[in-house]
Design a protein around this ligand. Structure first.
Ligand SMILES: Cc1ncc(COP(=O)(O)O)c(C=O)c1O
Length: 435
């Protein structure tokens, strides 16, 4: 590590608390596409995408242009004080894109957690009920309500209580480690049917304002439910007139090869939350849902000073153009196929890879010490990430035990960068085995 990096790290340690964590010691000077260069001039292939934010790549020229042009016109008026067309245009586009042949409306916020908070507020207001059903392994953010909906205790919840009341947590469709000890497909997605039992033992449907689920659990380990899961879940929710919120903050905006990940399951959620890659790196989140729910809260009941700020709205419009008109969604689908093929070949060669799962280029490799006992390979996953970093690949782990390696690389990654990144990953698996 150079003197400059050491000094920066020392200044960081002295002035910034440890709470806002760092997964690598890198200080970045510039980043383009799927490549980052640190202050020492070391190049990194980026398989992390700023935790799923850079689907269109670092500093995509169209996003940069949109931000610059908007900054030249005006930076902030606050939508609640003086409106601008980009907010309206973006809402129109999301309303048209979200699945469902019914009237939809959209409001904007700044972060994923804020979108989740607003979705819950809207459902509570519209249904006049208070209970929220969420899931084991879920991650919905770090604000008090979003954290209360989040499952994993350490590091997200430890010592941060008391938590928001009226939150009920049920098992999720984690087929590799089935919470009901069943096997897919003979289980017939019994974990979705379990919601009916849950209403008897945990919270009444009459008191349930919403069920909130990630289409693929992101921080929880890229856990991907089988095809029957969401259709079943939605059917039960509909039976009791309970809105189903699908949290697409990590899985949305093209990450899975479709704009909304839930499109893979063919259902029409009542509300969708989206953030991260949706605005190409600018802070922006959205809540899109059935007009009759979205319209429920009174004037002034929702909002925020920076929510849907003009720079972010223009950046998001550019992202939509890149995904749909420039064909990046299609690229994502073929990237997903390439990655899956590669990871299945890795799995054949490396005993430590217990499961390969996901949709499109949103793939996770669950590492286990033993394929029979499925003991999580916690230290090994950490070591693998470190080995990759030393060789110039930034990649992240996730999961309750941190033993799932995940792919969140920019979808614009070049063939050369992809090949290099994958060969570093493969080399690191070999090195791990030798240790
Ligand atoms: C599914 C999901 N929801 C919500 C959030 C919170 O988003 P933010 O960090 O922007 O508040 C995240 C962040 O990783 C997420 O993955």
């Amino acid at each position: 590590m150079s003197q400059l990096s050491k000094q920066l790290l020392e200044r960081r340690k002295k002035n910034i608390p440890q709470g806002p964590f760092n997964t690598t010691p890198a200080f970045i000077k510039e980043a383009k596409g799927a490549c980052m260069v640190d202050v020492e001039g070391k190049k990194f292939i980026d398989f992390a995408g700023g935790i799923g934010v850079n689907n269109v790549g670092h500093s995509h020229p169209k996003v940069v242009r949109a931000i610059k042009d908007q900054a030249d016109s005006f930076i902030h008026t606050c939508f609640h004080v003086a409106m601008y067309e980009s907010y309206v245009e973006l809402a129109e586009k999301l309303n048209a894109l979200a699945p469902g042949d019914f009237q939809k409306m959209t409001m904007f916020a700044n972060s994923g957690a804020e979108a989740v908070e607003n979705a819950v507020k809207i459902c509570r207001y519209a249904t006049k009920r208070s209970g929220i059903i969420c899931f084991d392994n879920a991650f919905h953010g770090r604000t008090q309500l979003a954290m209360s909906l989040t499952s994993k205790i350490k590091p997200y919840k430890l010592n941060f209580g008391p938590f928001v009341p009226e939150i009920y947590r049920m098992p999720y469709a984690y087929c590799y480690r089935c919470p009901f000890n069943l096997e897919y497909p003979s289980c017939d997605a019994a974990c979705a049917d379990y919601l009916e039992d849950f209403f008897i033992t945990n919270v009444a449907p009459e008191n349930t304002a919403a069920v909130i689920a990630e289409p693929i659990q992101g921080e929880g380990g890229f856990i991907t439910p089988p095809p029957e899961y969401f259709p079943k879940l939605q059917k039960i929710c509909a039976k009791y007139e309970i809105p189903l919120i699908i949290d697409e903050v990590q899985a949305g905006a093209g990450r899975t090869g479709k704009f909304f990940a839930i499109e893979h399951w063919g259902i029409e959620p009542d509300i969708i939350t989206i953030a991260k890659s949706f605005a190409g790196g600018m802070p922006l989140s959205a809540v899109t849902g059935k007009a009759m729910l979205m319209e429920a809260p009174h004037i002034g009941g929702l909002g925020g000073t920076y929510s849907g700020n003009p720079l972010s709205c223009k950046a998001a419009l550019a992202v939509l153009e890149i995904l749909f008109e420039d064909g990046l969604l299609k690229t994502a689908q073929s990237l997903g196929e390439t990655l899956l093929e590669k990871f299945i070949s890795f799995q054949k060669e490396h005993e430590i890879i217990g499961d390969v799962r996901g949709k499109g280029p949103m793939l996770g490799l669950e590492l286990v010490r033993d394929r029979h006992t499925k003991e999580p390979a916690v230290k090994e996953a950490k070591k693998l990430v470190e080995l990759c970093y030393e060789k110039g690949l930034i990649i992240l782990s996730c999961g309750n035990y941190g033993n799932v390696i995940r792919t969140l690389m920019p979808l614009v990654i070049t063939k050369e960068e992809l090949d290099k990144g994958l060969s570093i990953l493969e080399e690191s698996f070999h090195e791990l085995e030798r240790q």
